[in-house]
Design a protein around this ligand. Structure first.
Ligand SMILES: *[C@@H]1O[C@H](CO)[C@@H](O)[C@H](O)[C@H]1NC(C)=O
Length: 142
């Protein structure tokens, strides 16, 4: 009984110790793609570690209906890693901390949306009514 109380208190005091990290590769094998293309179950305080593996890309929050180009700096409540250039030996990483569990639509903003139109897109917590597949289709059609 006493032991249980101590464990409960520890959870309350150090919630951040239980935040999840999601690893996402950007431009893996020289593709214009995020891998994986979406994550689900992300909550406030969780992190996404983007590893930039080729070329010169960004991970930038944009909108579902107008994905390309993503705005410089991303959208309110979102994020923007800025341009990250991989070289033969260097694969930069950007760690983004999520401010909420809200759905976020993400794309590369390189080449004035050119990479985005090639399908370089990613979703945080897509929904049944707004799916990753429809977001990708919106990007490719823009
Ligand atoms: C990466 O791309 C941005 C935007 O096109 C450009 O300004 C920057 O110079 C590039 N960085 C490198 C290292 O090529």
């Amino acid at each position: 009984m006493h032991f249980t109380s101590i464990v409960v208190a520890a959870f309350a005091v150090v919630p951040s110790a239980f935040a999840a990290n999601f690893a996402v590769n950007v431009g893996q094998d020289n593709t214009f793609a995020f891998n994986p293309t979406s994550i689900t179950g992300a909550v406030a305080g969780d992190t996404i570690t983007f590893t930039f593996m080729s070329r010169n890309h960004s991970a930038t929050t944009t909108t579902f209906t107008t994905p390309c180009p993503p705005p410089d700096g991303g959208v309110a409540g979102g994020f923007d890693t800025g341009f990250q250039s991989a070289t033969g030996t260097t694969q930069p990483q950007s760690v983004v901390t999520l401010a909420s569990a809200d759905t976020q639509w993400v794309a590369c903003r390189q080449a004035n949306g050119g990479h985005c139109r090639l399908g370089m897109t990613f979703a945080v917590n897509p929904t049944a009514s707004q799916t990753y597949e429809q977001f990708l289709a919106n990007a490719q059609a823009s």
